[in-house]
Ligand binder design. Structure first.
Ligand SMILES: C[S@@+](CC[C@H](N)C(=O)[O-])C[C@H]1O[C@@H](n2cnc3c(N)ncnc32)[C@H](O)[C@@H]1O
Length: 228
């Protein structure tokens, strides 16, 4: 069980398992060459300072191989995008795609999103958080690993400015229900914009995990919350 020591000395369960190895030489090269350029250093106290210019900031948590991140940054040039992901091969692929697309409004943090939100995101500094197909951890004994937990959602509420948005998507119906309940509890912070779900917003591109879910015959659930 991958629990880590938090600054408070409490043990925290992580929402991911690090699988070492399996980096192709091209992914290794992308990390070596491009992370210094597009990566957000751990020492930055405010992720906004890593961008070349000021613009509303959207964070994508758990971007996988960066398909959505790159497509959204290309189609929404009026925004800055910070992608957070721990899976090294995915970050390598995303960095290459960012470079190939010539995007200057994307930066990447290759770390646990919980730590980035704790240490590097200032209150009210985000316009939106987008989280697509987070690991559903379907077994009951693993539910504590789900990234959508009251504590993390509180951090998101703190980070998103008034009138901002929190957008999630999943193909796992019980997780959709879980998201609705956990975020619904914070009704002084977030207002559900769906009944309880919304149609897929035009800004969400299809990703590998969405295609996989559809291939298995799963329905797709989009949840959209307004930050009061
Ligand atoms: C099921 S994948 C979905 C990837 C992508 N969003 C998609 O739709 O194809 C979930 C991703 O979240 C990442 N992840 C899980 N917990 C994370 C955390 N605490 N911080 C950063 N990334 C995390 C995993 O490494 C994994 O790549």
């Amino acid at each position: 069980m991958a629990a880590v020591e938090s600054p408070q000395g409490l043990r925290r369960v992580r929402s991911f398992v690090r699988r070492p190895g399996r980096l192709t030489p091209a992914q290794r090269r992308a990390l070596d060459e491009l992370l210094p350029r597009y990566g957000v250093e751990e020492s930055r106290a405010d992720v906004r300072a890593a961008f070349p210019g000021p613009a509303p900031l959207v964070v994508e948590v758990g971007f996988g191989n960066g398909e959505a991140l790159v497509a959204m940054a290309a189609s929404e040039p009026q925004r800055n995008f910070l992608g957070i992901e721990v899976h090294e091969p995915g970050v390598g692929r995303a960095l290459r795609a960012i470079e190939d697309a010539g995007l200057d409004n994307v930066r990447v943090a290759m770390r646990d999103a919980v730590e980035v939100f704790d240490r590097q995101v200032r209150p009210g500094s985000l316009e939106q958080v987008r989280m697509y197909f987070p690991d559903p951890w379907p077994k009951k004994r693993h539910h504590k690993r789900r990234i959508v937990q009251a504590g993390f959602v509180e951090r998101l509420g703190n980070a998103i400015g008034p009138g901002g948005l929190l957008h999630l998507a999943t193909d796992w119906a019980p997780y959709a229900e879980w998201m609705r309940e956990v975020i619904g509890e914070l009704d002084t912070v977030f207002v559900n914009q769906g009944q309880p779900y919304v149609e897929r917003p035009s800004w969400r591109p299809r990703t590998r995990f969405e295609r996989r879910g559809l291939g298995r015959g799963h329905a797709i659930f989009d949840l959209l919350f307004l930050r009061r």
